[in-house]
Design a protein around this ligand. Structure first.
Ligand SMILES: Nc1nc2c(ncn2[C@@H]2O[C@H](COP(=O)(O)OP(=O)(O)OP(=O)(O)O)[C@@H](O)[C@H]2O)c(=O)[nH]1
Length: 339
C-alpha cells in the first residue's frame, strides 16, 4: 500500500495537501462578493464509477461524498445512478461525474409511484426500461433472452430524465401523472433470463466502465459473499475498463467492526495481487475515509495526465459525459407489443 495514502478522518488534517473538497461552508464576505462572478470553468472533467455487489454501500459512499448525507434505508439502485461534484486539487478545478453501477443480477426495484404501488420487485434480475411511444421499439422483453415481468403504459412528464430509450431509470426518477402535459411511455420490468441476458445487461453497463478514469470497487467487510464476488467484478474491469483506469478497492462499513468477517489483511492481500490497485477501508455512515477515496483517485488520475497538454484539449480528452449505452447489434426487429 502506498504510505502516502494515510487513513484520515474528514477534517482531521493531513491527507491531500493542496486539495480541498468542494462543499458549501458558510461564505465569508469576500467569498459572497466573489459569488457574483461567473464560476471558473473546470480544468478537467473526470468520470469515476463505483461498482460492487448489492448493498455494499456504493450509493452511500457516493452520496456521502457529494452531498454529505447518509441514508440508513436507501432504495437499491436500478441500473445506474450518478452525481456530480466539483473538487479542487493542486490548483486545478475538477468536475467529477460519479456513476454508481449496479449489478444486473442483483437489481431490485422498489418504487412508490402509483403504477407500482403494491408491487415490489426484489431480488429479481430486472431491467426497468422506458420506451417513448414515438421511438423505436427496443424493450428488452422483446428479446427472447428477457422475460417480461410487467409492462405498463404510463404517462410521464416530458422533463423526466430518461437515461435512454433502451436503458435504465435511475432510482431517483419519478413517473408523475399529475395533469401536466405528458408523453405516453411504456415501462417494462424484465427479468434477465440467462447468461446471455446478463451479457446484454453488461453490454449496457460496459459503456460506463469504458469512460471511467477511476474505478472504486467496494465490498462490505461484514459480508463474506461481497468479498467473494470481487473476482467477478475484476473480470468486468478487465473486460470493459480502460487499462489506465485507476483502481481502488474499498472495504466499506468499517463502523460495524464487531460484525467484521473480512480482515483488513484479506482486503490488502486482494488488492496487492492486482497491479496498481490501491486499498482502504471506509465508512459511509461515519464519514470515515470517504473524501480520501475520491480525492486519492483524482490525485492518481491527475498524475497520469500529460502535463503539457493545453487544458482545453485535455478537458476534451478526458471528458466523458453521459456515456451512451451500447446497443448490441443483434437486436431483434421491433414488435408492436411486448406483452
Ligand atoms: N453501518 C453501515 N451501513 C452502511 C454503510 N454504507 C451503507 N450502509 C447501509 O447499507 C445499505 C445499502 O447501502 P447502499 O448505499 O444502498 O448500497 P449499494 O451498494 O448502493 O446497493 P445497491 O444499490 O443495491 O447495489 C443501506 O441500508 C445503507 O444504509 C456504512 O458505511 N455503514
Amino acid at each position: 500500500m502506498d504510505p502516502r495514502y494515510e487513513i484520515q478522518r474528514r477534517g482531521g488534517g493531513g491527507g491531500f495537501s493542496g486539495g480541498s473538497v468542494g462543499g458549501s461552508p458558510a461564505l465569508t464576505g469576500a467569498q459572497s462578493r466573489r459569488r457574483k462572478m461567473p464560476p471558473r470553468p473546470a480544468d478537467y472533467k473526470l468520470q469515476v464509477i463505483i461498482i460492487g455487489s448489492r448493498g455494499v454501500g456504493k450509493t452511500s459512499l457516493m452520496e456521502r461524498f457529494t452531498d454529505d448525507t447518509f441514508c440508513e434505508a436507501c432504495k437499491s439502485t436500478v441500473g445506474v445512478d450518478f452525481k456530480l461534484k466539483t473538487v479542487e486539487l493542486r490548483g486545478k478545478k475538477i468536475r467529477l461525474q460519479i456513476w454508481c453501477v449496479a449489478d444486473g443480477r442483483s437489481v431490485s426495484m422498489q418504487t412508490e409511484h402509483p403504477v407500482f404501488t403494491g408491487r415490489t420487485f426484489t431480488h429479481i434480475n430486472a431491467l426497468l426500461c422506458v420506451r417513448l411511444t414515438n421511438l423505436p421499439s427496443l424493450l428488452p422483453c422483446e428479446d427472447s433472452r428477457f422475460e417480461c415481468v410487467t409492462c405498463l403504459s404510463v404517462c410521464v412528464a416530458p422533463s423526466s430524465s430518461f437515461c435512454s430509450i433502451f436503458g435504465f431509470i435511475t432510482n431517483t426518477i419519478t413517473l408523475p401523472c399529475d395533469g401536466s402535459p405528458h408523453l405516453l411511455a411504456q415501462v417494462c420490468v424484465a427479468k434477465v433470463k440467462d447468461t446471455a441476458g446478463q451479457e446484454r445487461f453488461n453490454s449496457i453497463t460496459s459503456a460506463y466502465y469504458r469512460g471511467a478514469k477511476g474505478i472504486v470497487l467496494v465490498y462490505d467487510i461484514t459480508k463474506q459473499e461481497t468479498f467473494e464476488d470481487l473476482p467477478k467484478w475484476m473480470k468486468m474491469i478487465d473486460k470493459y475498463a480502460s487499462e489506465d483506469a485507476e483502481l481502488l478497492l474499498v472495504g466499506n462499513k468499517l463502523d460495524c467492526e464487531t460484525d467484521r468477517v473480512i480482515t483488513r489483511q484479506q482486503g490488502e492481500r486482494f488488492a496487492s495481487r492486482i497491479s496498481g490497485m490501491r486499498f482502504c477501508e471506509a465508512s459511509a455512515k461515519d464519514n470515515f475515509n470517504v473524501d480520501e477515496i475520491f480525492m486519492k483517485l483524482v490525485n492518481d488520475i491527475l498524475n497520469k495526465l500529460p502535463l503539457e497538454m493545453p487544458s482545453r484539449e485535455l478537458s476534451n480528452s478526458v471528458l466523458s459525459l453521459q456515456p451512451e449505452p451500447e446497443l448490441p447489434p443483434e437486436l431483434p426487429p421491433p414488435r408492436a407489443r411486448c406483452c
